[in-house]
Design a protein around this ligand. Structure first.
Ligand code: TXA
Ligand code: MG
Length: 339
């Protein structure tokens, strides 16, 4: 398939991309979280092609992207709580799951009776949805199992030849996928943590819980969010998380660097204390926003370094740190060493 590279997000290029969506094609679009692989959410064939282009299992549903929160009415049975959340967090990196209306094809939801809705704040995504005149179903634009793409280059690496067009919007500002919640009466449950944190949500939702699969391996064959059961975010080499006191972790890294062809993913403060070979940083110890922004980018860097194994620092679970922890522990297939 020929892939049109639209590297300048001019009105004309966004219109070209919108025409492709309207005609049932696939367009990769930038969002504030990660790049998304978009198709007309109401076109069953186009939606099915999204799964094929990514190599995504057909039981892992897609998020539907809208231009404005009020459009949610057309696709889901909303509630006053949804609008309270929308007022505070939309447009932005929050996805809300609600009971679906019949207009949403079962291809989008993989047969579930709920639909995930999100209103991205990225200006290019917003214009693309408006100009397309339809809701856009879009998973992250990586090949299934790989780290989500946060730059145009990442998308070209994974999707060139598999989609009709790629719209360049520069590096994504957040760097991790949206927070996913499911509404349950007056309360809600976090299925995937993100930039909008548990603490942020608790200000609006008195009864908010975190699904246990956020921090633990999913053993349930039918989890609340199907995406929880798959290996995710993984670079080519296996990742192992290293947990322990600073001194001990640093010593462990130095020892491994001397006897293995390994990569090290560490905090900024660690870098001067370990060997320079194949060591990458992903932000300061207590700077979870930078860690979120850097994580996928750095995991993809290890792919071109050809290391045999990657040892990584364990991020804190506070605030946005919970989202970083959730992605990294899946990238590691839940392998943790305690030193
Ligand atoms: O930031 C984001 O959310 C990005 C950008 C492109 O918007 N999208 C994204 O999509 O991360 P994806 O497909 O990679 O992740 C969507 C997650 C999956 O874990 C999926 O299982 C879950 O949302 N999901 C979607 N619809 C659902 C539903 N009806 N019920 C439960 N989980 C659902
Ligand atoms: Mg994804």
């Amino acid at each position: 398939m020929h892939t049109l590279l639209l590297q300048d997000p001019t009105e004309e290029n966004i219109e070209k991309a919108a025409a492709i969506i309207k005609n049932g094609g696939l367009v990769v679009m930038p969002t504030e979280t990660v790049y998304g692989l978009g198709a007309d959410a109401l076109n069953k064939t186009a939606v099915t092609n999204v799964y094929k282009a990514k190599g995504r299992p057909m039981d892992n549903p897609l998020i539907v992207h809208l231009a404005k929160a009020e459009d949610a009415e057309k696709y889901a049975y909303t509630s006053p709580l949804f609008y309270k959340l929308a007022e505070k967090f939309m447009p932005g990196p929050l996805t809300v799951i609600m009971p679906k209306k019949d207009i949403v094809p079962l291809e989008v939801t993989c047969g579930l009776d709920t639909v995930a809705l999100r209103v991205p704040s990225n200006e290019i995504a917003h214009k693309l949805i408006e100009k397309s005149g339809c809701p856009i179903a879009a998973p992250s634009a990586n090949l299934s199992g790989k780290p989500s793409p946060t730059t145009f280059d990442h998308v070209v690496t994974d999707m060139y030849g598999r989609v009709d067009a790629i719209l360049d919007g520069g590096p994504c500002t957040v760097g991790l996928e949206s927070t996913v919640i499911i509404l349950k009466g007056d309360g809600a449950e976090i299925l995937r943590p993100g930039k909008i944190t548990y603490e942020d949500l608790r200000e609006i939702i008195p009864y908010i819980t975190v699904n246990q699969a956020v921090k633990n391996q999913c053993v349930d064959a039918k989890p609340a969010s199907p995406g929880m059961k798959y290996r995710h975010y993984a670079p080519k080499s296996p990742v192992v998380l290293v947990y322990g006191e600073d001194e001990k972790v640093i010593e462990f890294f130095r020892n491994k660097q001397q006897c293995e062809n390994c990569g090290i993913l560490c905090f900024d403060e660690d870098k001067p204390r370990i060997l320079p070979n194949n060591a990458l940083t992903f932000g300061k110890h207590d700077d979870e926003d930078t860690q979120a922004h850097e994580l996928f980018q750095k995991l993809r860097c290890f792919d071109v370094m050809s290391v045999d194994k990657i040892y990584a620092r364990v991020p804190s679970e506070n605030g946005v740190g919970l989202a970083v922890y959730n992605r990294l522990i899946r990238a590691a297939g839940f392998e943790i060493i305690n030193v």
